[in-house]
Design a protein around this ligand. Structure first.
Ligand SMILES: [Zn+2]
Ligand SMILES: [Zn+2]
Length: 104
């Protein structure tokens, strides 16, 4: 029989802070408060800074916190097919972004 492990909320907060975060606008489903939220990937429910309930949700697509590649037209969302990566706004093939990725 598995033994339940008690983890403090402080440990959970430290673990969440250690992960790369997503940022985006969120809204509380309880009190309708909206704020710019930051949360690790995989945490769908966000703590509302107004009412403190964990009923916040991102309301638009989120982005990772790191800098993003941007097409010359200004678009920073891309489509991928078997030929490569292209901008869905202007159709330009995207290259050069792999050289910007820091290798570990
Ligand atoms: Zn709220
Ligand atoms: Zn473009």
């Amino acid at each position: 029989m598995p033994v339940a492990k008690v983890v403090s909320m402080e440990a959970v907060k430290l673990y969440r802070k250690s992960l790369s975060n997503l940022i985006g606008k969120a809204r509380c489903l309880s009190c309708d408060y909206e704020w710019e939220s930051e949360s690790p990937p995989g945490f769908d429910w966000l703590e509302c800074p107004s009412c403190s309930l964990v009923k916040g949700r991102f309301i638009y697509p989120v982005k990772r916190k790191e800098p993003h590649w941007t097409c010359d037209c200004g678009c920073d969302y891309f489509a991928i097919n078997t030929e490569g990566v292209y901008c869905p706004h202007c159709g330009t093939w995207q290259d050069g972004f792999l050289e910007t990725i820091e290798r570990v």
